[in-house]
Design a protein around this ligand. Structure first.
Ligand SMILES: *[C@@H]1O[C@H](CO)[C@@H](O)[C@H](O)[C@H]1NC(C)=O
Ligand SMILES: *[C@@H]1O[C@H](CO)[C@@H](O)[C@H](O)[C@H]1NC(C)=O
Length: 404
């Protein structure tokens, strides 16, 4: 083919594929619920998993209507070719937004080559305080397990979050810990939550009505359960693959029983994984009591933590957390994190040891890559490593890690 014909061919096949994706999306006939990009370039480096290799992570990043730019920025900030990513704009967002997000994602050369980012095409509702949230998280975990057999940990993020370390830092520090550990902030000391969160019976209409967006409360309350202990904590988690298999495949009935019970509880994402893990003998000893996030509560606390700004930068960086929340869209403090920690330029992925291109003001070093199985920790890895060591030491010293 001549150069011109080849160009036309590429253009037409590109347009045709886009059209097919769009068609299957509109008709809802597609059996797959996500867009996948088959790699169209040969891998210059294969991805190795298992002992002796750095771990890899499956990220579920969720947002709402209007969040496509934030999701894209966060994706680039936490991107690494060895990881897997699933992006979700909840049902309140439009199909145009999802298609737009897909088109942003697909123009990143490394993502095109590694094909490790998907956008959910058939979204789930996101009822405020409702149980559809936990359904969406479990679905994401199941999808990520189906599309990628290699990852070790599952990380939940929202469009309002941002990393405080690079993926090389994360993989380096997590290389030295057991891969069956789960990071779940939890307590069985429920306090006021017992009467206000667990005992009230609520219904999430997002489960069965297309347009309802608020939970409603039944007049009755129910007694506290006595066949299991309720644990609560931060909704943000880092979970091992083995624990998620336990939750999703359900060979033991506990995860399913608790899912049915928590369907009618306020903010089920603050109780579900916590209660499942702490009531299962084979997993409770893998619980590290932390969520690895940095956030600050206003005084008095509101439903969501304080919106972080440049005044919070120093404390945030000293915290040794992996992620922070929450941020405003395009906040100046995010640019500070990009510049000082991630060394990331606008609209480009965070560089790592895998980037082999020459860095200059017009060149993205990450359009060429070498061995993606090598990681090189940066300065923030030290602080993060210290906080993980402390958590793991603490975990080691306890006989019952789920004790209150
Ligand atoms: C937790 O306990 C189970 C069985 O009781 C055991 O197989 C597993 O290795 C333990 N895990 C840790 C992290 O100690
Ligand atoms: C950051 O937020 C705090 C609390 O809302 C506020 O007092 C402070 O002035 C803000 N700092 C900047 C630089 O905007």
């Amino acid at each position: 083919m001549g150069a011109e014909k080849k160009w036309l061919y590429t253009l037409f096949s590109g347009a045709f594929i886009t059209f097919l994706i769009f068609l299957s999306f509109i008709s809802g006939l597609s059996s797959s619920y996500y867009y996948a990009y088959p790699p169209n370039k040969p891998f210059p480096s294969t991805i190795d998993h298992g002992p002796g290799r750095p771990p890899s992570f499956a990220y579920y990043i969720s947002g709402q209507s209007g969040d496509s730019d934030r999701l894209f920025r966060l994706l680039l900030a936490v991107y690494h070719p060895r990881n897997r990513y699933l992006l979700h704009i909840s049902a309140d967002g439009s199909d145009e937004e999802r298609v737009r997000l897909v088109s942003m994602v697909k123009y990143v050369p490394v993502i095109q080559a590694f094909g490790n980012v998907d956008v959910i095409g058939k979204p789930d509702p996101n009822t405020y305080m409702g149980s559809t949230n936990i359904a969406a998280i479990l679905r994401a975990a199941a999808t990520l397990m189906k599309v990628d057999g290699g990852w070790d940990w599952f990380v939940t993020l929202s469009a309002k979050d941002y990393p405080l370390i690079t993926q090389d830092d994360l993989a380096h520090v997590f290389s030295s810990i057991r891969r069956d550990l789960n990071f779940i902030d939890h307590t069985s000391d429920l306090g006021w939550k017992e009467g206000q969160r667990i005992q009230p019976i609520v219904v999430d209409p997002g489960i069965y009505l297309a347009r309802r967006t608020q939970i409603f409360h039944a007049t009755e309350k129910r007694a506290m359960p006595d066949s299991f202990t309720v644990f609560t904590g931060s909704p943000w988690v880092v979970l091992s693959r083995s624990f998620l298999e336990f939750c999703v495949f359900g060979w033991d009935n506990l995860p399913r029983t608790l899912l049915m019970y928590f369907t009618n509880v306020v903010l089920s994402q603050e109780v579900y994984f916590h209660t499942v893990i702490c009531n299962s003998p084979e997993f409770k000893n893998t619980t590290v009591n932390a969520d690895l996030r940095y956030f600050v509560w206003d005084d008095p606390p509101k439903m969501e933590p304080h919106v972080l700004n440049t005044s919070d930068y120093e404390e945030m960086v000293k915290s040794g957390a992996a992620f922070a929340r929450q941020f405003d869209k395009d906040a100046t403090v995010l640019d500070m994190i990009d510049r000082k920690i991630l060394k990331r330029d606008r609209n480009l992925a965070t560089p790592g040891a895998w980037c082999r291109g020459r860095k200059s003001w017009w060149m993205d070093p990450c359009t060429q890559w070498g061995d993606v199985n090598a990681v090189k920790p940066g300065p923030q890895a030290k602080k993060f490593g210290e906080s993980i060591d402390k958590l793991v030491d603490n975990w080691n010293s306890k006989s019952d890690t789920c004790a209150r």
